[in-house]
Design a protein around this ligand. Structure first.
Ligand SMILES: C[S@@+](CC[C@H](N)C(=O)[O-])C[C@H]1O[C@@H](n2cnc3c(N)ncnc32)[C@H](O)[C@@H]1O
Length: 302
């Protein structure tokens, strides 16, 4: 697959310490529909990484948008959410199985209707969480909002109104991502364990869940930002480069409070923006363009 080198600026002390060139190329679409995925920002996030790296670490893997775009030669991807990690292990090691999981469930929609199949699969998942059902639910649920109830951990998202992707189109994505994961080791583990492995010349990209609203997303896990910053500090001391995504939008309840960010840990901050399509701007007519720009922040240790 063709990859293009980025015109990156590299911190001077980085040069000569690392092995692989940082490259990027957009995947042929997402395997999972996942709220908050970083696909739109992936190339600009990678453009802030050093020119070269030894091992790339992504400890909050989610739907993997940044790693898939970077297509690293050597990487460790991990997440604490077991059924999600099961999907990625299948895409990487048993792509035919991942395709079959989706095909089988797509067939059910022919028999039970989309809503009927969705309800049956959701009930089965809530009884016994598993990667095969989660894969279908993420593609079929409303807005990719894989959300879990606080009280019992059940996924509660309703079925989305959209038409499901046909299995043959899904298969193309699995093949593409299978290739993109070829240099990556995938683990189910908490971020502390993942970040503790990063050292000299490594690049770590963190996209943590944000505050209250996102605690109930992604499997009802508890999340402690202070512990994340401590892990990052130790990795920085060992010589790793760390980048952290911070939700740049100012919607209440969905951003990391600036007070929590230890400023001495980060050397700079980048504001990433993505403009909406010309068609959308045209439809907006008189409305200001400012409102149509989507923002994200990136904190960088170097
Ligand atoms: C904002 S999402 C990452 C989204 C990802 N960048 C993408 O493009 O799809 C955060 C992820 O962190 C995971 N997570 C939450 N708590 C964690 C922890 N303590 N250790 C590791 N992963 C965790 C969640 O399961 C979720 O997949």
């Amino acid at each position: 697959m063709k990859q293009s080198a980025l015109p990156l600026e590299t911190p001077e002390d980085w040069i000569g310490q690392v092995d692989y060139p940082t490259t990027w190329s957009a995947p042929k679409g997402q395997v999972l529909k996942w709220i908050g995925n970083k696909q739109r920002f992936a190339a600009s996030i990678i453009s802030h990484f050093p020119l070269r790296y030894r091992t790339y670490f992504e400890p909050f893997f989610g739907s993997g948008a940044v790693l898939a775009t970077m297509y690293p030669r050597k990487a460790e991807a991990s997440d604490i959410f077991g059924p999600l990690v099961g999907i990625w292990k299948a895409v990487q090691l048993q792509p035919a199985l991942a395709k079959h999981w989706y095909f089988e469930r797509h067939q059910m929609t022919g028999l039970l209707g989309k809503e009927g199949a969705y309800s049956a699969i959701l009930e089965r998942y809530n009884t016994k969480p598993n990667p095969a059902d989660l894969l279908f639910l993420s593609r079929a649920c409303y807005g990719g909002v894989v959300r879990f109830r606080m009280k019992d951990g059940f996924m509660s998202t309703p079925c989305g109104p959209h038409t499901l992707m046909p299995p043959d189109k899904f298969d193309v994505r699995v093949d593409d991502w299978n290739e993109r994961l070829s240099g990556t080791q995938i683990f189910e583990r908490p971020f502390e364990e993942a970040i503790s492995r990063a050292g000299e010349g490594d690049v770590v990209y963190c996209d943590p869940p944000y505050t209250h609203s996102q605690t109930i997303l992604y499997g009802a896990q508890k999340f402690d930002l202070d512990r994340m910053f401590k892990s990052i500090e130790a990795a920085k001391r060992r010589g790793a480069f760390v980048a952290v995504s911070i939700d740049g939008s100012k919607k209440s309840g969905n951003q990391i409070c600036d007070i929590l960010i230890p400023r001495s840990l980060f050397a700079r901050e980048a504001m990433l923006t993505v403009g909406r399509s010309m068609l959308r701007r045209f439809q907006m007519e008189g409305a200001t363009l400012e409102k149509e720009v989507v923002r994200d922040r990136l904190l960088l240790t170097h």
